[in-house]
Design a protein around this ligand. Structure first.
Ligand SMILES: Nc1ncnc2c1ncn2[C@@H]1O[C@H](COP(=O)(O)OP(=O)(O)OP(=O)(O)O)[C@@H](O)[C@H]1O
Length: 250
């Protein structure tokens, strides 16, 4: 479990968060959660369904603004940025892969992989080269000229991974990326993800409820009911959320 201090983030943490609270229209999603991850590290965010993993990843990525607490990336106070600045930051420095590949069926596989680069204004030739390079690296170069409809789920998910990595993001947020796959495919995708991230010093924040998947990470942050699991265990039924949050930053 990662327990960041109350003060400024340590210099070696590329992504750092403290005392995050977030509620989804009044229902608690996060209650006093902190996180810290160094450049090139893989942080697993674990916990059962509904424990707040996705909400935490979305706060860290600037997709959600926490109700309380702070998120810092590379010296930038992400929680203070406006919507446009957060969108720009996300496109320039982050990438996201979820459980569904969400490829565009009308585009070829390489065009899908190149899309985020093209959307950030990269020259067409460079985006195409990067897409092909990552498809090759992930052993799906042979599908580059095909449409996503010709691929099975595991192959499609690898294309989604190539799309996420083609821009060589500083941080890859991976939200249950292996969840819909069979065991052997899960292991292969995970190995591909971790090898690629480590060889390119890409930081990964990996949400998973699967212990085997979490074992591939350098560090583990376990959540339960929106709280760090170790704190959730000591929160008695009468404890208020504020009391629980204070106990986390002690
Ligand atoms: N858009 C939303 N509106 C209302 N409640 C939400 C919303 N998104 C999440 N929640 C609630 O917030 C809590 C945390 O959800 P979250 O998706 O972050 O958990 P999770 O650990 O990622 O779960 P899963 O593994 O099922 O994706 C849950 O109780 C969930 O029902």
């Amino acid at each position: 479990m990662v327990a960041p201090p109350d003060s400024a983030p340590p210099d070696d943490d590329v992504l750092w968060a403290r005392s995050l609270h977030y509620s989804h229209s009044g229902s608690p999603g996060l209650i006093g959660v902190g996180a810290a991850v160094r450049q090139g590290e893989i942080l697993a965010v674990t916990g059962p369904r509904g424990s707040g993993k996705t909400t935490l990843l979305r706060c860290l990525a600037g997709r959600l603004v926490p109700d309380q607490g702070e998120v810092r990336f590379d010296g930038i106070a992400v929680h203070t940025l406006g919507a446009l600045a957060r969108e720009r930051l996300f496109r320039a420095r982050f990438a996201w892969i979820g459980p569904e590949p969400q490829l565009l069926p009308e585009l070829k596989v390489w065009e899908n992989a190149a899309l985020p680069l093209l959307l950030t204004g990269a020259p067409h030739r460079a985006a195409r080269a990067a897409a092909h390079e990552w498809l090759e690296r992930l052993d799906i170069g042979g599908f580059a000229g095909k449409r996503p409809g010709a691929l099975n789920r595991a192959e499609s998910q690898r294309v989604a991974l190539a799309r996420a990595l083609a821009g060589e993001p500083a941080v890859l947020f991976a939200d249950e990326p292996t969840a819909p796959l069979h065991r052997a495919e899960r292991a292969l995708l995970l190995r591909t993800l971790t090898t690629a991230a480590r060889s390119h010093a890409i930081t990964v924040v990996l949400a998973t409820h699967d212990e085997e998947t979490a074992a591939a990470a350098d560090r583990d942050l376990a959540l339960l009911d929106g709280r760090p699991a170790d704190a959730a265990a000591v929160v008695s039924p009468g404890t208020t959320e504020d009391q629980a949050a204070c106990s986390l930053s002690a």
